[in-house]
Design a protein around this ligand. Structure first.
Ligand code: F6R
Length: 618
């Protein structure tokens, strides 16, 4: 939520404006309510900002250019305090205009601080919480004469979540940042240094990054990076190399990032599965700070996530309980700590997050750790907060996900959940090594099966175009097909702004069947006929019940399942997979359907209205 870019280059270097605008283009997925930039040139600051997408700022800059500069800070906003107007766009300035500041997060004690500043004679031009920070840092600078120290003093006064970056007219060539509960990474360049909400902000210039810890202040110039903690002591940081390059964050000929990311799913799953065996042939996690005996003694697993990540967690529940026989609950990050959950030292909390920065999930992680639970993160973003605070990490290798709606990260999360389930089953002795290997071999075939699904999506696209006027679409599933149904509904809601709901097939007769009326489109995710008990037959009964009431059925079933044919107005076939692994293939047609329908309606599928990627406020 909100994208931030900072740059300090050499005096004879390139124009900072271009570097920061390019960074903002890559950060725009984090928020697109407004954008702004400030440069420092000839002992003064100059800024431009505009409500709406980055294109509006670009237009403004072409009409009213900024002076050449080697230091700049930019911001792309997802509005919290104050509407998406020009006035509320960042950067915000101090009263004398000599300091400019951008912010991601929410300053929770801003009302008290603002009232105090007003009492002292300050006036404000925006409704944001950010503007008070600009006033406070400028005042502190006037008192102590050092921008880093001023930032540190103010950071200690603020409560809530914030990443702040500031430029001061009197401190040329320097950008100062601070972070608490909100992301900020440093890019170490040659003769230039960078700051960004994530590495995509500077990936074109350097792949050498430094992870900042919680409560740290960073000061960059073209040839130095200094980090201290909020107490003023030198801080320890961790340098790392980014294993993808700028091309991975480009559209590469696709009409939008989402279409590209859907096509990248075979790779995302294959890379997530890659290299997981240690020398003894055992499954291994990336970073494990929990000893094996603690993992053997866990008596409950709670999987935490938000939105799509929580649906990956629902799939995990079926797999982990089946393979490991450990009771597993799935909980929304935003609900977890508020219901006083029973969590003990024998509970393993699994936090799933693409960004690793989702505040609801992060707060749940902290609560779980305070209760003594061990936390294992499944995350796609190296250096982000959730894996840093967790006791163990399993990284998904989906590569950068730029489209706001999650696609490849979901499949990679599901694949990682299977790995975790198998890892625990192996460790706790629920499965023999050869059984684990047999399932891994089946998993290894899935990327090709996803590719087969992708190769056969033209009829699904045609169907989506035909259905562009649909007002309501329902999704039904059972067992692991239930979270798939909810994910299909979520994609359609967020991309096409269509009312969509995912139901468990068995629940239909307990209420939702009242929604069925002639012509209503209903997607049904059918389990394999080779699966357990009579689930397949029960889903066929569900289809009959809705068809009897006039629903138009769009059925996703595995190849060779001829029993469903008579009940499907449209049949979408996917390759045969073991029952538990089916979400990796059955989700794909639902993603393709949602994107195509949204495009047919003329929506911006990468940046759906009201949303932002990486939700760093609670
Ligand atoms: C939906 C979507 C969101 C995210 C959710 C969690 O398409 O993208 O529901 O899944 O905001 O985000 P992460 O995984 O970054 O914690």
């Amino acid at each position: 939520m909100c994208g931030i870019v900072g740059y300090a280059g050499p005096v004879d270097g390139v124009d900072a404006l271009g570097v920061v605008m390019e960074g903002l283009r890559r950060m725009e997925y984090r928020g697109y309510d407004s954008a702004g930039i400030v440069v420092q040139a000839q002992g003064a600051l100059a800024a431009r900002k505009k409500a709406g997408k980055l294109a509006n700022l670009e237009e403004l800059l072409s009409l009213d250019p900024l002076p050449l500069a080697v230091t700049a800070v930019g911001h792309t906003r997802w509005a919290t305090h104050g509407g998406p107007t020009d006035e509320n766009a960042h950067p915000h300035h101090s009263a004398d205009g000599r300091l400019a500041l951008v912010h991601n997060g929410i300053i929770e004690n801003y009302a008290a601080l603002r009232a105090q500043l007003v009492d002292e004679g300050a006036s404000f031009t925006s409704e944001t919480d950010t503007e008070i920070a600009a006033h406070l840092v400028a005042r502190a600078y006037d008192e102590v004469g050092d921008l880093t120290e001023a930032m540190r003093l103010v950071a200690n006064q603020l409560q809530g979540a914030f990443t702040l970056l500031a430029l001061h007219a009197d401190v040329p060539g320097t950008v100062v940042g601070a972070r608490r509960n909100s992301p900020l990474v440093v890019g170490r360049g040659k003769g230039a240094n960078f700051l960004g909400s994530d590495v995509a902000a500077f990936i074109e210039h350097t792949r050498e990054a430094i992870e900042l810890g919680q409560d740290q202040v960073v000061t960059i110039t073209c040839d130095s990076i200094e980090v201290i903690d909020f107490a003023g002591a030198p801080a320890t940081t961790r340098a790392y190399h980014v294993d993808w390059d700028a091309r991975a964050a480009e559209k590469g000929g696709y009409p939008n990032f989402m279409a590209k990311e859907i096509d990248e799913q075979p790779r995302a799953v294959a890379d997530t599965l890659l290299g997981r065996m240690d020398q003894r042939g055992h499954l291994a996690l990336d970073e494990l700070r929990i000893d094996a005996s603690a993992l053997r003694s866990i008596d409950k697993i709670v999987v935490i996530g938000c939105g799509t990540a929580s649906y990956a967690g629902q799939v995990a529940k079926y797999a982990i309980e089946h393979w490991c026989r450990v009771p597993t609950e799935v909980e929304l990050g935003s609900e977890f700590r508020y219901r006083d959950p029973v969590v003990t030292a024998k509970t393993l909390v699994v936090a799933i997050s693409q960004s690793g920065e989702t505040m609801d999930t992060l707060m749940a992680v902290r609560h779980a750790r305070e209760q003594g639970a061990k936390v294992l993160a499944i995350c796609n973003t190296h250096g982000s907060t959730i894996p840093r605070e967790a006791d163990a990490v399993l990284y998904t290798h989906a590569g950068p996900e730029v489209a706001v709606a999650a696609t490849k990260s979901f499949l990679a999360q599901v694949a990682a959940c299977y790995l975790l389930g198998l890892y625990l089953a192996q460790l706790r002795g629920n499965k023999f090594e050869d059984e684990v290997r047999a399932i891994l071999a089946q998993l290894a075939r899935v990327p090709d099966q996803i590719q087969q699904v992708l190769n056969s999506m033209e009829p699904v696209r045609a169907l989506a175009r035909q259905m562009a006027d649909a007002r309501v679409v329902l999704f039904l599933g059972r067992h692991v097909g239930f979270p798939v149904a909810m994910e299909g509904a979520l994609k359609l809601k967020e991309l096409a702004y269509i009312h969509a709901e995912g139901f468990a097939g068995g629940e239909l007769k307990h209420g939702p069947i009242a929604l069925i009326e002639p012509g209503l489109p209903v997607f049904v995710v059918v389990p394999s006929p080779r699966g357990r008990d009579s689930l397949h037959g029960k889903v066929i009964s569900n289809i009959q019940e809705i068809r009897a009431r006039g629903a138009r059925t769009i059925v996703i079933a595995e190849e060779g399942d001829d029993a469903v044919r008579p009940y499907a107005d449209t049949l979408i076939q996917v390759p045969r997979t073991p029952t538990l692994l089916a979400p990796l293939v059955t989700t794909v047609p639902l993603q393709v359907f949602a994107v195509e329908l949204a495009m047919a309606k003329g929506h911006d599928v990468d940046q759906p209205r009201n949303l932002a990627k990486s939700v760093t406020v609670e």
